[in-house]
Design a protein around this ligand. Structure first.
Ligand code: F6R
Length: 592
């Protein structure tokens, strides 16, 4: 979940490393640091706080302003609290080896015990890495051999980048279950990074590392190794535009990304329909959806589509749970959904299922990511880079892909009437976005400490997504329930201090949800309802109504989720929270 970057080339490394760190800040933002080699010496600067704290610090200290080689790190703490000394890069006892790392070194305590004669200055697991390499170099090994030998002693997951004054013309990189990508900047040099989205402003030519691969990057060449043997890898082309990774006049990425949803649905639909006949779903007898967080909620909507449209029995499991289940995956089709394609739990679940005989369909937003490379069939959610930590537009893109996949599994043609209705969705989202009352509700929502999000059937996963959004960026406790479950316990919580948000489009089960809403009103609960335009009068006067455009019962999640995203956004802004980088969260969860 930390972000790592390195540059080597003809230009000033600081002009690449610092902007790339800002781009990676969504992966972690509790401390940051950089390291360069200048006049044959390793320099390190690190600071608790965001990248801006580091850059201020750099302007105050005597740090080299020019170097052709440098690395940088933005941290999301796992071992040791956020502090200057726990921030990366970490160095060895001589100060000649500087290392940044993303992941977890599981045997770091054992290694520390073996290196008792070394003094450690941080509480991190990472710090053992430069000391291990130092130990190997002391045996007379060159930096590359020492690096490779040290890797063999490390257990866990990692993306590691090292520079050393003992070989000042190289960046040493290694990957095991934590993403790492090498970008080629023609005529300038190379940039390595934790993820592809952070590279779009520098290059569109990238080479992702696979597990257990090493890259030794020099000024004019990259040497890839696997099991110490040289391998050759081809670059892939990133299709994203630089503008897509900018705020484009919006105050926050999250708002920009919410507003982009009409064209995201359109683009994802267009891309999938354009290759419709080429999509061949592997054979299967069982289907299981797996994902985490928002992607899981999209999957839960997808499950209903697979059942209703394709008449398929489908299981769904959190990826972080699936791996512990004693399941037989023979002839199973795993539908794995991930925006980043790098979520550690999702990747691990997929790998276990594949080992046990499953075929994998990956719904993924970042092409070139691990999931996109490991899946048997990739369906691209064409949402463009999502920078706001809270997922919004990728949820809509995932819904689009899942709906079309349901049609594919049903054996329907792309001329099916559901596709016609899907084609009308972008205009409906657009209509809602251009005129709604959600911002006006933020002040009142902000007064609550707790909220229930309620919905039945296809609106229940939407309620779950709404509750997740409110928790994530407003820090207001919110839980989702199928509204029929309310009377089995949660109703005890209803009072004027509890906000209930009902997701209740006027669909085939509206009347049932309506009864649950009455139960809340009878107990003096505060209610906001997301309801189909034209049916507001059915609800009691004291209910706050958010009207959404009418659509087919099955497609309502496309429009009902939008007000929930906006509600959490405006509430968080009202409360003065950092919307794009909420506390404790990171965009890409690459630790298990
Ligand atoms: C919520 C959010 C997370 C992610 C989850 C999975 O707003 O962003 O819950 O949905 O971490 O991430 P991906 O989809 O990248 O696998």
């Amino acid at each position: 979940m930390c972000g790592i970057v390195g540059f080597i080339g003809k230009s000033n490394a600081l002009h690449f490393v610092i902007p790339a760190l800002y781009r990676l800040e969504y992966r972690g933002y509790d401390s940051a640091g950089i390291s360069v080699i200048h006049n044959g010496r390793v320099f390190v600067a690190k600071k608790k706080g965001k990248i801006s704290a580091l850059t201020t610090y750099l302007s105050e200290v005597n740090f080299p302003s020019y170097a052709n080689l440098g690395i940088g790190h933005t941290r999301w703490a796992t071992h040791g609290e956020p502090s200057d000394y726990n921030a990366h890069p970490h160095t060895d006892s001589t100060g000649e080896i500087s290392v940044i790392h993303n992941g977890i070194i599981e045997n770091f305590l054992q290694i520390k015990n073996q290196l008792k004669h070394h003094s450690f200055v941080s509480e991190t697991d990472t710090e053992v890495i430069p000391h291990l390499i130092e130990e190997e170099m002391k045996k007379g090994k060159d930096p590359e051999t020492a690096f490779l030998d040290a890797l063999e002693k490390i257990e866990g997951s990692y993306a590691i980048v090292m520079i050393t004054s003992k070989d000042p013309n190289k960046i040493f990189c290694a990957r095991k279950r934590s993403p790492l990508v090498v970008g080629i900047i023609d005529g300038v040099g190379y940039i390595v990074s934790s993820d592809i989205p952070s590279l779009v402003t520098f290059t569109k030519k990238v080479i992702p590392l696979d597990d257990d691969e090493v890259a030794i990057v020099s000024f004019d060449d990259v040497k890839f190794l696997k099991n110490r043997q040289r391998i050759y890898k081809q670059p892939i082309e990133i299709k994203w535009d630089i503008q897509e990774a900018e705020k484009g006049g919006y105050r926050h990425f999250m708002l920009k990304e919410i507003m982009e949803q009409p064209h995201v649905v359109e683009d994802t639909m267009h891309e999938i329909l354009s290759v419709w006949d080429e999509i061949v779903v592997p054979k299967y007898s069982k289907i299981l959806i797996t994902a985490c967080g928002t992607s899981f909620h999209a999957g839960a909507v997808g499950r209903i589509w697979f059942e209703s449209i394709a008449r398929k029995e489908v299981d769904i499991e959190y990826a972080s749970e699936l791996r512990y289940k004693d399941k037989d995956f023979q002839d199973s089709l795993i539908i794995s959904i991930s925006q980043s394609g790098e979520t550690a739990d999702t990747l691990e679940a997929v790998r276990i299922a594949k080992e046990k005989g499953a075929k994998v369909v990956g719904l993924v937003n970042v092409l070139g990511s691990s999931l996109s490379r490991e899946a048997d069939l990739v369906i691209h959610t064409n949402a463009g880079p999502e920078i706001g930590v809270a997922a919004t537009k990728t949820f809509s893109a995932q819904l689009t892909a899942l709906l079309l996949l349901a049609l594919k599994l049903a054996g329907f043609q792309k001329s099916h009437k559901i596709v016609d209705e899907l084609r009308r969705i972008p205009e409906k989202i657009d209509r809602f976005l251009s005129k709604n009352n959600v911002q006006d509700l933020a002040e009142e929502v902000a007064t609550f400490k707790n909220a229930l999000y309620l919905g039945r059937w296809i609106s229940y996963p939407v309620a779950e997504e709404g509750a997740l959004k409110l928790k994530e960026i407003s820090y207001i406790h919110a839980e989702a329930y199928p509204s029929g479950e309310m009377k089995h316990g949660p109703i005890a919580l209803i009072s004027q201090d509890m906000l209930s948000v009902f997701v209740m489009p006027y669909d085939r089960i509206f009347k049932k949800t309506f009864s649950n809403l009455q139960e809340v009103i009878a107990r003096k609960g505060k209610v906001i309802s997301v309801i189909t335009q034209g049916y507001e009068n059915l609800l009691p006067a004291e209910v706050i109504k958010i009207s959404i455009p009418q659509t087919d019962d099955l497609l309502s999640p496309f429009v009902s989720v939008i007000p929930l995203q906006l509600l959490s956004y405006h509430t968080a802004v009202y409360l003065g929270h950092d919307v794009d980088q909420p506390r404790n969260l990171a965009k890409s969860v690459t630790v298990e």
